[in-house]
Design a protein. Structure first.
Length: 460
């Protein structure tokens, strides 16, 4: 759905979104947190103040934290990580209370907790309309501290938060510039929003992205032509499953789904099949039974959103069970191959810095979608199609993403455990997607190699 640009609406969006970037805290949420976290009054002893959002998270000249400060920080960090994105300021206060920390006062929006000489300073702020708090752990009288940012049940390291915040601000600023440009109507779904945001990029970035898109398209054209030749020769797969696994925020849909473009251009009909956590009914069946609905018919490519590896990673599977599941998935794949169906298996991951930046991007888009939704509703333009499209944008970031981020190393290790257990017949493509363009090129090369192996097997 294309919406006419409304000048009043555009100005309102620019004003509110620009404020979200340039000023913090936003709204009254931080004030409410300060009120809930500690009593009014001066802090009991002077100490380093928490920095403001957007500033450096380590003060110049600050000593490296000692083993004692590191231990206290780890203790506090573990307590905060036990909270959830839905936890309140009262929950946060209770978590520190269990460690023996008591509220010591509030000064300039910073709430201090103390336990002997140990100090915890929390400075609440908001980003994307959600509460957050800068965290600083120190010892009274010592010129040292250790810092981070608490957000959505997660404690981000300073560099991770810097990546998160920078990408958030960049994305919102791009939207503001795009609105001001007047080059296109306001977007109302994810694809339109992505295209709209490119209008807010500096010219050099737009040129770079266009060159990368052209390189990807050239590779896709080569693969599509190859697939058409294979069809003509009767050697093409009857159907294709594109299964991309891996931790959240690795670009599984945007990067992994690129293969389907080549297949669709070659005449395959595309569809997606989503596999979330198994239902009670599905758990009563053999665990692979539910994936049968993702088996393609003749001339079809099916993109699997999540899949068997996820059942092993997020379910109660120990090493022995994961090995059995991997062998059973190998047998499932062999059955598909006997039917002339190619199963392309990809494990994508991105390092925590890239994940943090992706979360910042998704939060910005979620915030933009919420503002668009409010503006359109006020103008009587929030029709069903637009509402569904904006809901899709807002759904790209949820509490499970932050939980997976906290457990990144364990989650990635579990995915690789399943890869090792299920690659006997056809190898997985294991790709680091921290650099998206390079990952996409590697993925297309890997798909070309998978096609070659499929043809060789068929000929043999």
């Amino acid at each position: 759905m294309k919406l006419p640009p409304l000048r009043t609406q555009e100005l309102r969006l620019v004003e509110t979104l620009h404020d979200a970037v340039t000023s913090a805290p936003v709204g009254d949420t931080p004030a409410a947190w300060v009120e809930a976290l500690g009593p009014r009054g001066p802090v009991v002893a002077p100490g380093p103040k928490a920095v403001g959002p957007g500033a450096a998270l380590f003060a110049p000249g600050m000593s490296a934290p000692s083993g004692d400060v590191k231990r206290i920080h780890r203790e506090v960090q573990d307590a905060l990580r036990a909270l959830t994105p839905k936890s309140s300021a009262a929950d946060l206060k209770a978590a520190l209370g269990k460690l023996g920390f008591k509220p010591a006062g509030v000064e300039d929006g910073t709430v201090r907790f103390t336990r002997g000489k140990a100090q915890v300073d929390l400075r609440p702020f908001a980003i994307g309309g959600l509460p957050a708090a800068e965290l600083e752990v120190s010892r009274r009288g010592a010129d040292e501290s250790k810092r981070g940012v608490y957000f959505q049940g997660t404690v981000f390291k300073p560099k991770q938060w810097a990546a998160f915040q920078e990408r958030y601000q960049t994305e919102v600023a791009r939207f503001v510039r795009a609105v001001r440009s007047g080059e296109a109507p306001l977007p109302d779904d994810l694809d339109e929003l992505k295209a709209f945001l490119t209008l807010g990029m500096p010219a050099a970035e737009r040129a770079k992205e266009a060159a990368q898109d052209a390189e990807i398209q050239a590779s896709l054209d080569v693969l599509s032509a190859r697939l058409r030749d294979m069809k003509a020769a009767g050697t093409a797969p009857r159907g294709v499953v594109v299964y991309v696994a891996g931790p959240d925020a690795a670009g599984k849909t945007s990067t992994g789904g690129i293969i389907t473009r080549a297949l669709e251009a070659a005449g395959y009909a595309g569809r997606s099949c989503s596999f979330k956590a198994p239902s009670a009914e599905e758990r009563a069946q053999h665990w692979l039974k539910r994936f049968e609905r993702g088996v393609p018919s003749d001339g079809e490519v099916v993109f699997w959103d999540r899949g068997p590896a996820g059942d092993s990673v997020y379910g109660p599977a120990d090493d022995a069970r994961a090995k059995v599941m991997g062998a059973e998935f190998d047998a499932f794949e062999a059955d598909l191959r006997a039917q002339g169906i190619l199963l392309v298996k990809v494990e994508l991951s991105a390092d925590p810095m890239k994940q943090a930046a992706t979360f910042g991007k998704r939060l910005a888009r979620q915030h933009i979608a919420a503002r668009l939704e409010s503006a359109l509703a006020a103008q009587g333009l929030l029709a069903g199609e637009a509402q569904a499209g904006l809901l899709e944008v807002k759904g790209k970031l949820d509490t499970a993403d932050f939980d997976a981020f906290e457990r990144y190393e364990d989650v990635q290790a579990r995915f690789l455990r399943f890869v090792d257990a299920s690659g006997a017949a056809e190898p997985w493509m294991v790709i680091d997607a921290s650099k998206r363009h390079a990952a996409r090129l590697a993925l297309l090369d890997g798909f070309g190699a998978a096609l070659e192996r499929f043809t060789d097997r068929k000929a043999g």
